[in-house]
Design a protein around this ligand. Structure first.
Ligand SMILES: C[S@@+](CC[C@H](N)C(=O)[O-])C[C@H]1O[C@@H](n2cnc3c(N)ncnc32)[C@H](O)[C@@H]1O
Length: 308
């Protein structure tokens, strides 16, 4: 049973079905308690995601079948997932190889940052500057799994996307996602740092969720983050080593009146809004995420035209 193979404190399953088999509900309760005792904040959610995966069903299916006995073979698969989550602190997205973002199911590996819910704030902001009927050109700088560009592409069938990243391995994941979503005809990937892969080109909109975590905070972060690529998270002592050159240079790849929408942390907002002004961008402002934190800045390049 579960308690024989997992390490750490062993929660006791108090309510067992009369036949002494493990039901869906037994396993969920046991695992949620176990994850909680290991310091995992999203214990119940993680337990549900992993059990649904082990059973090959959607998460909502667990609720329909709480009393269903779980077969030994399914428990074996689940047990290993629980062990890796609790002991190695591997993020759920990596264990499942997938993450939902903007209602798209994206493939995720250890080569990419699993897209975060707060990044949907950036997608929402960017959509305001992408007219539905226009054939806009969009640059997604630091595309990772392709999450932002693919979410925008799914909403704007006329827009075309260039998605860049320093990591060729990340771009391979992004291409796989574009293919699975049938979006490859409007989604091009290019490898390189910052604006290097698009030198001399112009875009109506530039979106980016660059690495912006300060190196000094690395020792204090959740253990799960050590399984995600450091290059996707950390950017120098203050977390500004990509963000700052990105804002300073974005005007060189925007059409006159084009927009930039960039994710960052709330502490970085005042300095980066100022940086927008110094870089000749106008109308710089910040947008809050669902948790109420300033999460995105938007700014316009000078010029009379709006985005085409
Ligand atoms: C925070 S992740 C964002 C991934 C994805 N856009 C998302 O929102 O889920 C940052 C991405 O930027 C890439 N990156 C890091 N430094 C870069 C640079 N100098 N130029 C371009 N991309 C960079 C990383 O490889 C990583 O894929």
């Amino acid at each position: 049973m579960m308690s024989q193979t997992t390490s750490g404190p062993q929660p006791v399953v108090t309510e067992r079905s009369p036949s002494n088999t493990w039901t869906v509900l037994d396993l969920l309760r046991w695992t949620a308690d176990h994850f909680t005792s290991c310091g995992i904040e999203t214990a119940r959610l993680d337990a549900e995601c992993l059990l649904a995966f082990a059973l090959g069903i959607e998460r909502v299916g667990l609720y329909i079948d709480f009393e269903k006995p779980v077969e030994a073979a399914e428990r074996d698969v689940f047990r290993e997932l629980v062990r890796r989550r609790a002991k190695e602190r591997i993020p759920v997205a990596q264990l499942l190889g997938r993450r939902e973002f903007w209602s798209l199911s994206l493939s995720v590996t250890s080569d990419v940052l699993a897209p975060r819910p707060e990044t949907e704030t950036l997608v929402e902001a960017a959509l305001r500057y992408l007219p539905a009927a226009a054939e806009s050109r969009v640059l997604d700088l630091g595309t990772g799994s392709g999450a932002i560009a693919l979410a925008l592409a799914s909403e704007r069938p006329q827009a075309r996307f260039v998605a860049t990243d320093v990591s060729e391995a990340a771009l391979a994941v992004a291409r796989k996602n574009a293919e699975a979503l049938g979006l490859t005809d409007r989604f091009e990937t290019r490898q390189g740092t910052l604006f290097e892969p698009v030198a001399g080109e112009r875009f109506d909109l530039v979106v980016s969720n660059p690495p912006y975590v300060a190196e000094k905070s690395r020792p204090h972060l959740a253990p799960e983050l050590s399984h995600e690529p450091a290059i996707a998270l950390f950017a120098g002592p203050e977390g500004l080593d990509v963000l700052e050159p990105l804002i300073k240079g974005v005007g060189t790849v925007l059409v006159p009146g084009g927009m930039a929408a960039i994710e960052l942390s709330s502490e970085q907002v005042p300095a980066m809004i100022e940086c927008c002004g110094e870089a000749g961008l106008v109308e710089a402002s910040s947008i809050r995420d669902l948790a109420g934190r300033e999460r995105v800045i938007v700014a316009r390049s000078r010029g009379t035209e709006g985005p085409r």
